[in-house]
Ligand binder design. Structure first.
Ligand code: COS
Length: 382
């Protein structure tokens, strides 16, 4: 049975997230886009509203929301400000390896504190030489009695400078390559954790992105997730789950661009009439609306598969890839519709376009998404 109705609870969540985005995020988006200041107060309110911990099960004090619920919220928050959304999403991304592979004790130790007090977390996979080729990790974790000693570095880490907890992917057995990577939880206060420079980014400027250095960072073996050598699988399974929410963010960014474009087209007059009455404008708006709807359906389908416990790697990659491509094309077209005004910082269009770009890059570039999809589409070759 197919049902496109949202439940009453989902409609309430959607309204709450939309109100938060419109009241707290959107009016402050331009201010934090300058990148001089972190939106601490807004994040505090996001924590109080439950957005930061909504993917943590209720038994550990979180919201216990379904993937579809999270997709609905993600669209709304990203429609408010993609940079602020990224801070929230990156925190829940780092919870997922613990949720999927942690023991009960690890979940209690690492997740419950986040439900009691506002905090941020970081998923630390990418390195200078290990971006799309995520298995090429060089960071080392060497066993020393009942500890691991971690040395190496990570780059482009969202929340790197503000996180209280890091999930770090490091080689425990270099001989084994991809099968020698392990996932280890590192609390912020561990000696040897060095925060590198904060990146000056094109978009998502309300979010914090840094390098990280590990200098003889000692953590108990109890912080290992799953088993030694399972780190790559931990990372892949995590990304399978989270990529759809990047697609949802793409829908949110594109939807905002369309809303602004429709308003502008109805009020901007040229050649004696509103530009919305020119067929070229109408067709462009129709195209945007069509693609946004298609992207949302891909996102919701991927989320639904996850909620059913069904395989979702391909569908999650499709949702991420299509949703972020739609965000890019919609923001470019919407900016064009604004003409010269669209190019000016006084108007919201150029920020939306800059924000859309990162959605095509992070959590696996769209080229990687196409690789993941194509491998499944083609299947084994004899
Ligand atoms: N779920 C479970 N297992 C998976 C998996 C998945 N989604 N994807 C791969 N694996 C397993 C494979 O089955 C394989 O296991 P075996 O060795 O037992 O056969 C192993 O992992 C290696 O997989 P594969 O051969 O496909 O690895 P590749 O090096 O070809 O890389 C890609 C796979 C490119 C998909 C991966 O490196 C990737 O996703 N890169 C992008 C990383 C990324 O998203 N970075 C963003 C930063 S994090 S925000």
């Amino acid at each position: 049975m197919i049902d496109f109705n949202l439940s009453e609870e989902q409609q309430a969540l959607q309204s709450m997230a939309r109100e938060f985005a419109l009241k707290e995020m959107r009016p402050n988006a331009a201010k934090y886009d300058k990148g001089d200041e972190f939106p601490e107060e807004i994040m505090k309110k996001a924590f109080e509203a439950g957005f930061m911990t909504c993917n943590i099960p209720q038994e550990y004090g979180g919201g216990g929301l379904s993937e579809l619920d999270i997709a609905i919220i993600s669209e709304e928050l990203a429609a408010g400000c993609a940079g602020m959304f990224t801070t929230i999403m990156a925190t829940s991304l780092a919870f997922i390896p613990i949720l999927l592979f942690g023991t009960d004790e690890q979940k209690e130790t690492f997740l419950i504190p986040f439900t009691k007090k506002k905090g941020f977390a970081s998923f630390c996979l990418t390195e200078r030489e290990a971006g799309s080729d995520a298995g090429a990790t060089k960071t080392r974790a060497v066993r020393d009695a009942d500890h691991y000693v971690i040395n190496g570095s990570k780059c482009f880490i969202t929340n790197g400078g503000i996180a209280d907890l890091y999930v770090v992917f490091a080689l425990t057995d270099p001989e084994k390559g991809i099968r020698g990577v392990s996932a280890i939880v590192v609390p912020r206060e561990t000696p040897g954790m060095v925060i590198g420079k904060e990146e000056d980014k094109l978009g998502h400027r309300a979010s914090n992105t840094t390098e990280l250095f590990f200098e003889d960072v000692r953590v108990p073996v109890a912080n290992l997730l799953a088993k030694e050598g399972m780190g790559f699988i931990v990372a892949m399974k995590t990304l399978d789950k989270t990529r759809a929410s990047v697609g949802a963010a793409g829908v949110g960014v594109a939807r905002t661009a369309l809303e602004y474009a429709v308003d502008y087209a109805k009020t901007r007059k040229q050649f004696g009439k509103p530009v919305a009455l020119f067929q070229n404008t109408g067709f462009k708006l129709a195209q945007m609306a069509m693609e946004i709807n298609a992207a949302r359906h891909l996102v919701w389908h991927a989320a639904w598969l996850m909620d059913q416990g069904k395989p979702c790697g391909k569908e999650s990659a499709m949702a991420k890839c299509f949703g972020s491509d739609v965000a890019m094309s919609t923001t470019i077209e919407a900016l064009q519709l604004f003409g010269g005004y669209g190019y000016m910082r006084d108007y919201p269009m150029e920020k939306l376009m800059r924000d859309a770009k990162l959605l095509q890059i992070y959590e696996g570039t769209n080229e990687i998404q196409r690789l993941v999809i194509s491998r499944e589409v083609i299947g084994p070759i004899k």
